[in-house]
Design a protein around this ligand. Structure first.
Ligand SMILES: CC(C)(COP(=O)(O)OP(=O)(O)OC[C@H]1O[C@@H](n2cnc3c(N)ncnc32)[C@H](O)[C@@H]1OP(=O)(O)O)[C@@H](O)C(=O)NCCC(=O)NCCS
Length: 333
């Protein structure tokens, strides 16, 4: 079977999209832009200082031809971008001067390009903080119809192909929403189900995880999960979703059959929804280390157009992978 990322690159190359990488003054961004262009996975725009960007290319022996470079010292449409941003945020106390200052910052300018439909997605965060990347996503791209919560997902690739869809599992949220309430948890579940459809091209089986299965224990934390289940069913009546389920009841057919008989999710979950960021983050790191899984993410979800944050310690290949995943998601949306 072809490698998961090879399949993603091939799908992206069949239907490439316009990607902006706002942090063009950083070496990794330039490397990623060249790689994405070479793969034919995207038409890439980078923001920054053109001399610096070309210099990085030269010093690494990379050809930057075919990459659109926007000089952030004099970016097109800046006044109209700033005016639109001011209109969006004036009720929150933003002034026209502040709006222009913010709009001249790479990640906000890139997000406005997505908002305006000049490009299809942005990937940033190699240099910017999560707070700035997430605010740019929330303020400028905005949330999908019916979804209020920006969240993130991981694609986990396990060597043991008996789990999930031939070893592929989606985890959420291991990267963004710290302490979701029932409403936010239901958003996370429904959104991750959608993301699974976008990337895997089939229906997900979504497990809302807990330390209890179907009433085996009683606690307000379990009540939060069962409330999220009811909300999620209303938001997406077609979604195969169940909870509350323990990890083994979600993943192991014999345990699922015993603890949650008749469930169309228990024992065969492909999407795991964790009750909070503690459990989601711990689980993805343990799965990586103990099960020798590969993890791709966290990748944002819930916004009108895909976009994503990066870890500041990321490699150029992480930028390429996340951008290519977002290109494939766009192909389905
Ligand atoms: C998103 C974030 C930067 C916003 O913080 P902030 O600007 O200081 O202040 P607020 O919490 O008031 O949020 C600002 C806006 O973002 C919205 N917002 C916050 N979190 C959101 C989410 N998950 N989804 C959608 N909107 C969100 C708020 O509703 C608010 O909207 P408004 O200004 O239009 O009313 C902050 O909530 C954050 O850092 N979240 C990430 C949490 C985190 O650190 N996770 C772990 C990473 S490892």
């Amino acid at each position: 079977m072809p490698d998961f990322m090879e399949t993603i690159y091939a799908k992206a190359a069949k239907n490439p999209k316009r990607v902006v990488l706002p942090e063009g003054n950083d070496d990794r961004t330039v490397e990623a832009a060249v790689k994405l262009t070479g793969l034919g996975a995207a038409k890439v725009t980078v923001l920054g200082d053109p001399d610096r960007i070309n210099e990085i290319g030269k010093s690494k022996g990379l050809k930057t031809d075919g990459i659109n470079i926007i000089d952030l010292a004099n970016p097109p449409d800046i006044d109209s971008f700033a005016q639109e941003f001011y209109e969006l945020r004036k009720s929150k106390g933003m002034t026209p001067e502040e709006a222009k200052k913010v709009m001249l910052r790479d990640v906000y300018y890139g997000a406005m390009m997505v908002r305006r439909g000049i490009v299809d997605t942005f990937v940033a965060g190699a240099v910017n903080t999560t707070a700035d990347v997430s605010r740019a996503a929330i303020y400028l791209i905005g949330m999908k119809e019916g979804i209020k919560t920006l969240s993130s997902f991981f694609v986990m690739l396990l060597p043991d192909k008996s789990f999930g869809k031939e070893g592929v599992l989606f985890y959420s949220d291991g990267g963004f929403v710290i302490d979701p309430d029932a409403e936010q948890l239901s958003d996370i579940a429904v959104t991750t189900g959608d993301t699974y459809r976008e990337l895997m091209g089939e229906e997900p089986r979504v497990a809302l995880l807990s330390f209890s299965t179907k009433g085996s224990a009683k606690h307000s934390r379990i009540d939060k999960v069962t409330a999220a289940l009811e909300l999620a069913k209303k938001k997406d009546p077609t979604l195969m979703i169940d909870g509350e389920l323990q990890g083994d009841a979600a993943l192991i057919p014999a345990v699922g059959a015993k603890k949650a008989p008749g469930s169309d999710v228990a024992g065969k979950a492909t999407v795991l929804i964790f009750p909070d960021l503690d459990s989601g983050n711990i689980a993805y790191k343990l799965t990586e280390r103990l099960a020798k899984a590969e993890a791709y993410g966290p990748i944002y979800q819930g916004t009108k157009k895909p976009c994503s944050d990066l870890s500041r310690g990321c490699k150029a290949s992480d930028i390429v992978n996340i951008a290519a995943i977002n290109v494939v998601r766009l192909g389905k949306s």
